[in-house]
Design a protein around this ligand. Sequence first.
Ligand SMILES: NC(=O)c1ccc[n+]([C@@H]2O[C@H](COP(=O)([O-])OP(=O)(O)OC[C@H]3O[C@@H](n4cnc5c(N)ncnc54)[C@H](OP(=O)(O)O)[C@@H]3O)[C@@H](O)[C@H]2O)c1
Length: 255
Amino acid sequence: MTTIEIFDLTGKVALVTGSTKGLGHSMAKGLAQAGAQVIVNGRRQEDCDAAARKLADETGGEFTGMACHMGDWSQIESLVERAYGECGRVDVLVNNAGINPAPVMLADCTQEYWDKVYDVNLKGPMRLAALVAPRMGEMGGGSIINVTTLGAYMGGPSVGVYTSCKAALNNLTRVMAAEWVSLGVRVNALAPGPFMSEMMKGADRVNPNFSRGSAAATLMKRVADCDEVIGSVVYLASDASSFVTGTDLKVSGGL
Ligand SMILES: NC(=O)c1ccc[n+]([C@@H]2O[C@H](COP(=O)([O-])OP(=O)(O)OC[C@H]3O[C@@H](n4cnc5c(N)ncnc54)[C@H](OP(=O)(O)O)[C@@H]3O)[C@@H](O)[C@H]2O)c1
C-alpha cells in the first residue's frame, strides 16, 4: 500500500459519539474526507440530523444521524442495533461524547454530580465499546478510540470528578486493548489539550481566564482549532496505525 492508501477509510463505517459539534464534529468531517461513512451522534435526533446534513453539504460524504444519550445503557444498546441495522457494520468507534460540568470541589460533590459525569464519560464509553468490539471481531476487526484529556494525567482542584473518570478511561483503554487484541480490534486513547469548542467556551463563562490560562500552559502558547484533531483521529482509525494499540496519543500543543 502507498502512504496515502494506508490512511484511506473507503468502505468503512465510523461511529463518532458527540459529533453534533466540537471535536467530534471535526472528527466526523475528517473521517468522511478519508472515505468513511459516518454515524453522527448527540442526544437529540433533530440535532444529529442537522449536523449530518451540514457535514454532507461541506464534504459530499455520507452521514447518518443517530441520537443516543451516552449515559443510558438501554439507549446505547438501541444505538448499536440501529447502527448495524442501517449501516451493516462499524469499523471505527470514537468514544468522544463527554461532559465537563461547572467545576466542584470534592467536599461539595453530590452523588448526582458524580454519577452524571461518570455515566457519560466512563460507563457509557465502556458499554458501547463492549457491545461493538465482538461484532467488529466477527467482521475482521476494527479500531476503537477513547477520547480522554490531558487533565487525566495531572488532576487539580475542582476538576477531580472529570479528570478521574478520564484517567479511568485511559486505564480501561489498556484493558480493552488486551481483551480484544485476539479479535483484531485495536484500542487507543486520544488525549486532547485545549481546543476551542463549546466545552471550552463554557469553561470561559465560569472562569474568563480559562482558555488564556490553558493556552499559556502549552508549549505552543495557544488553544487549537477543532479541525486540528483530524490528522490524529484518522491516523488512529486507519491502517496507518496498524501496529498501535493500548496506548495514548496526546494532542496538546505540548501541554
Ligand atoms: N475542548 C477541549 O479543550 C477538550 C480538552 C480535553 C478533552 N476534551 C474531550 O473531548 C471530547 C469532546 O469535547 P468538546 O470540547 O468537543 O465538547 P463539546 O463542544 O461540549 O461537544 C460535546 C459533544 O458531545 C455531545 N454530548 C454531550 N452529552 C452527551 C450525551 N450524554 N450523549 C451523547 N452525546 C453527548 C454533544 O452533543 P449534543 O449537545 O447534541 O447532545 C456534543 O456533540 C470530550 O470527551 C471532552 O472531555 C475536550
